[in-house]
Design a protein around this ligand. Sequence first.
Ligand code: CFM
Length: 542
Amino acid sequence: MATETLRPEDAKRALTEAYPTKAARKRAKQIVVNAPPDAEGFRPPILSNTRTTPGVITQRGCSYAGCKGVILGPVRDILTITHGPVGCGFYSWLTRRNQTRPPSEDAPNYMPYALMTDMQENDIVFGGEKKLRKAIREAYEIFRPKAIAIAATCPVGLIGDDIHAVARDMKEELGINVFAFSCEGYKGVSQSAGHHIANNGIFEHVVGTRDEPPGGKFRINLLGEYNIGGDAFEIERILELCGITLVSTFSGNASYDQFARAHTADLNAVMCHRSINYMAEMTEEKYGIPWIKVNFIGAEATAKSLRKIAQYFGDPDLVERVEQVTADEMSRVRAVIDEVRPRTEGKTAMLFVGGSRAHHYQELFREIGMRTVAAGYEFGHRDDYEGRKVLPFIKIDADSRNIEELDVEPDPERYRPRKPPEELEALRAQGLDLGEYEGLMADMEEGSLVIDDITHYETERLIELYRPDVFCAGIKEKYVIQKHGIPMKQLHNYDYHGPYAGFRGAVRFYREIDRMASTRIWRHVTPPWAQDPRPETLRQAS
Ligand code: CFM
């Protein structure tokens, strides 16, 4: 098998040798051969959260996508209006598979809608604020929402429309919460900037505005779970079985009121560290809520995450209930592992997705005996790769400095330390990693390739070199990978399958991957370029 004989250093060289010198030098810092930590516990450094080199094809999206699409997208009752051209608004029209379950049939759900101001040349020249005010009034008349969010697209920042002033005026005029996000697509280097902007806005304008907590003894927020393919529903099912109350999810299956009282939870459980660590840190500083990293992708990972939550609360009944639920669910999971593993054992996977799934999904592959030979994020930062211990060493560049860091102080009335410092220390001593995250490299094999912001060219080279059994990425990569004869699984929207979270999701994923990696159909694919390497127009001419 190619992977046995190929040295990772040679693979790395092969990926970059065709680039011009400067580009090759930069890419070499973003392609790392994974190695064990040094004496101080540091992994090899990886260049990340840096601008994509012009001329390459990246997988990345924009800041507006990260704010409006990712963080605000799954919230059903905040009416989000895109201030910008029709294309930006249309493109973000629930094209991901977020799902939601309103509590009743007549409860508001704006997720099926896409509202936008449809900016024209005229608005670019003379300003679009008037049009935005009109759009907000019109939307309010039709929907009567409890909150309206305004999301900026590139031209808004370029012409200088003051969307925050419009939001303030409209808030007063309509008597509902109206707030704006300066998430112009060009901010930062990827959608990651949009996450930060969205976190800041929700934190400033919504969190902490409703003080009555829901019932329940063990109250948590789930941060960074966006309910793709119904993942959040499966996690909700499991938490309920365990007797854990979900105060809010940021932002899968979420509502405005959940955000408003998120500060009443006693623990933040962070799924996608990349997109939401800001909220975890800010709510800890302002309200005193500690956080732990969890992962509900993978059956073992789910069990481990539940145990961590139980360990934090330290209640013997909760600990026992978590063990019961886990044992019960795992017996069904194991039966399916035993069934598929003879076929999947030893097969290989590659994952190039976003800022957390390229890490989380390795768990699922591992559970069925598959190895991840290469993986990376589109827009992760160094801490997502190397762990939070590198945070003090990350250089802040101009692109990051552009994104506002909020000054957060303990709330004079609402700050409440959830546990005395000695108790938190004791939990840490017992191995509970409060406020810590180790990152993707810690979970990958030595000699595997870690690649940041992989280019389309490198993707194709990587496939030729390793011929993995399954490749995971998104829709932009999908068809080229399939034409190479490699089964391709989308991990952004699951190819309209899923959910894959929790115990039931794990079972569904094992079966899907077994089906994909075992089918022989891909061997029969001969891509067009292997038949006749000339472009199609030339082929037709002859
Ligand atoms: Fe977090 Fe996400 Fe992801 Fe992400 Fe995304 Fe996404 Fe993703 Mo697509 S917030 S980093 S910006 S888990 S949309 S729900 S699937 S790239 S790996």
